[in-house]
Design a protein around this ligand. Sequence first.
Ligand code: SF4
Length: 364
Amino acid sequence: MRFIDEFRNPELAEALVDRIKKRSTRDVRLMEFCGSHTVAIFKFGIRQLMPPTVEMLSGPGCPVCVTDTADIDKAIAMAQLPGVILCTFGVMLKVPGTLTSLQQAKAEGSDVRIVYSTVDALEIARKNKEKNVIFLGVGFETTIPTIAASVLQAEGECIENYYVFSLAKLCPPVMKALLEAGEVILDGIICPGHVSAIIGSKPYGFIPRDYGISCVVSGFEPLDILQAIDMLISQIEEGKPRVEIAYRRGVSPEGNTKALELMKQVFKVCQTRWRGVGEVPQSGLRLRGKYQRFNAEIKFPVETTKSREPKGCLCGHVLRGVKKPTDCTLFSQECTLEHPVGPCMVSYEGACSTYYLYGSDEGG
Ligand code: SF4
């Protein structure tokens, strides 16, 4: 199966749905960890196709949404420094900090530039040698190798004015934190496809082993997701939780060893703060000692006011899977796609924007 149409074949989808309905005899709760899966599940109406026994929840897998307000405040303060060009992905501009946003800072004169990758940020650094260029490094394992590569490139080219503010985050440790907290009871997890293309499926081994929860890595097309759900239901019905891959064309158990080596060469694992979850051990990455001269937090130690979440916003609860976007009284009232209050409405992968765009009728 090589073309998108083949992953959207209605007859195959129907057959998978039938199989899920036949196999599913007990009530189960499945979480799709990744925001891209949430979007695909809603876009293709997959929740409505599920039998009443299958409940589906959205997880915290949106790197924009889980970036803590204190870190947004810090990025804004860096952007406001004279002589700084702050480069980041477009979606980050609208994420609200405590008092303002990068978009507002830009409107007030800060040099904030939208880039599509670190390649663009490096080029801006080459062309603006008299300025300090900071790349705001938000992302999961999918993005981190490109940030690591940019640091090595800057070192190789002796680019003196390039810095990284690393807000990179690792997915398996936050999964562990959520399961340890025990706030949300799960039977199965649809594991992220893009992240797993880098880390492989092995790092999820602790989930069935320590928590008895089934895991299947899925791609992002409807048939990928239906197949993953079918495999999860089979595992659960058999009472044999394990890690499986329903996305063999993109993911292997070992992952992308070159990308992993690159990450390890440049970054070391550290504790970091996730919106809604708090401090999570071993879930962040900071530059190794050898690359400290690229560390924006060291070069630009900014002071910020005490950070706080937008008033009334339940993003933290939504990200932990303990509330749905529709539980928030601001949803579709004060908080809309045009005027987002919290990051889960700002980001295209956020649960709130997905509910808003595709509706919240969940079936099942
Ligand atoms: Fe936050 Fe808006 Fe979602 Fe409410 S609807 S949780 S304010 S993003």
